[in-house]
Ligand binder design. Sequence first.
Ligand code: ADP
Ligand code: NI
Length: 217
Amino acid sequence: MNKIQVVNKTAAYAKKTLSGESSGHDWWHVKRVWETSKRIGKKEKADMFVVELAALLHDIADYKLNGGNEEIGPKTAAVWLKSLGVDRETIEHITRIIRDLSFKGAKVKTEMETIEGEVVQDADRLDALGAIGIARTFAYGGKMGREIYDPGTRAKLHKSFKEYKNSNGPTINHFYEKLLLLKARMNTKTAKKMAGERDKFMRDFLKRFYKEWEGRV
Ligand code: ADP
Ligand code: NI
């Protein structure tokens, strides 16, 4: 099987597995991350085979939706890639990216080891921002049974992954605990530029949200 066939088969696999998912980790999220990764990856001269496969498989079995199991994602991806005959070194690179990619708390470092990892992490994080980011965040909150907002519950800057993972505050708090911190953490120049506008849109949304909440409009 050549590289194009491997990528196409993997896209079909991700589409089949994630279609209809309702927490914002659906096939369309993966497709957007794939497209954005291609765009950023080409500019950064990354290995596009690794970038495309990591983007397509990054949410194939997310820990958040699998009882907190952090191993299931990389493992599922490895089994899939092995079945297509991808070489061991490439599989290891891709599974490392999937393992390291996720946000793990405001005060926890999540640096990527390779440019390919940086590209896919940026693309995933861009999809957490802006209008789409807002839509995904409320979809996830609803799926997890979270309240939209509670003025009495303060946002927390989590010091460990465990603390972040176990938090269950209202969805508005997620903006302060993660989303508004992402702009400053983009790895590549291209993503930094794209993040600026999306970050601004979220800040405007929050301002408007409180205005309506307080009956000022
Ligand atoms: P990551 O691997 O960094 O968590 P994902 O692609 O899995 O990235 O998706 C993260 C998205 O899931 C967030 O941007 C947000 O939309 C949603 N999400 C995750 N945790 C929460 C939460 N506690 N409250 C609301 N939305 C959340
Ligand atoms: Ni994702």
